[in-house]
Design a protein around this ligand. Sequence first.
Ligand code: ATP
Length: 444
Amino acid sequence: MADQTLMDKLVSLAKRRGFVFQSSEVYGGLGSVWDYGPLGVELKRNVKESWWRAMVHAREDIEGLDAAILMHPKVWEASGHVSGFTDPLVDCRTCKARFRADKMAEARCPQKPSKAPGEHAACDLTEPRLFNLMFKTFMGPVEEQASVVYLRPETAQGIYVNYLNVLNATRQKIPFGIAQIGKAFRNEITPGNFIFRTREFEQMEMQFFVKPGTDEGWFEQWREQRMAWHHALGLSADRLRWHEHGPGELAHYAKAAYDIEYEFPFGWQEIEGVHNRTDFDLGRHQEHSGKKLEYFEQASGDRYLPYVVETSAGADRVALTVLVDAYREEEVEGEVRVVLGFDPAIAPIKAAILPLTKKDGLPEVAQGLYRDVRRRLPAFYDDGGAIGRRYRRQDEVGTPWCFTVDHDTLTDQTVTVRDRDTMAQERIAIDQVPQWLIDRLGMA
Ligand code: ATP
């Protein structure tokens, strides 16, 4: 049974503390579209920056790209999305609910008591119909078939159609990769579980172009690297696992596919896919565009269409994973404290600066420290309420360290550092605080 209460608590904390709000909430919200508030935007940026550092800056053999959301409609014909990016949809004529035919076992009929669709006497299900998940819109002032464009349902195609541009503009040789972070849109039939499955989301995708025959070795290397990245984000290793796509699941173009799954309160679910897509995509674009997309390997004189190993993760889904994994409740002196135990590198706020009282010159000193820290790192100033309550407020949003300015600071120029996880306190020199933080965060 899914631990729904944890999700409910998380959704409520996310709203109350400014991580995630429902889109257009004043109008009753828009189905499965979410907005990131002040803390959420920092958290998601940190996830994306960690990915970009690992996939682009730390590697000589990967280049970054930011392709447009709108692409030539022929891209989606070539990729197979126009004809095949569909989910089988089942409607109930009685209660008007909609289900994905391939997820009926997990679905619940809205009628009580809770049962699978079709199990109530009143259920009247239609046969499955294929429903295309791409959002369509029109380019230019005329709404006619000729001007249809799509909001991209994945970022990968922007990489394929630019692969020769990137190759020609850089000194890369195969094997090399192109990485991109950007929005994708899918008109999901059964979105839900907060920001897990939404209709507008961000993907972090990397396509690695390799010589056919070397693809299996690269596939294994990328599987290893990607799992290591999730571990480095601080996610619990025992809640991460691999799921191999079996013959029935494997996309027709893929030679091998593995998902990295995380154990959410609603079950084990995919957070990233690693796929060996062969030369399917480049082959299709070559065929549909009529442009040669082959690679000429100077050293061997070989000419070939590269194979592609893809790693594809959702930034929102990873942000949710980080939130779920970080959430804990602890009893401290008879009270429950809620902690988001983020790895400091992805915590939205790195340091809180707290004057013990609002008098005796403490706020002035604390403000000076706040200015000093804020120039380098996201910091927060709080002078409201009892110090214990202020610590709790920071625990709840995952701030790793609080610095308290008290009366001793005025005489010995030291402050108390309080650790979020251990709640242990130590004193350090006030002028050492920024460097202390930079060292702890492993920043240069
Ligand atoms: P699912 O089976 O869950 O629909 P998928 O296999 O279609 O996902 P991919 O096309 O492989 O997913 O997309 C790669 C990644 O993009 C997923 O691992 C996920 O992190 C993210 N993603 C896909 N669809 C959504 C969505 N609707 N909302 C949020 N993230 C998504």
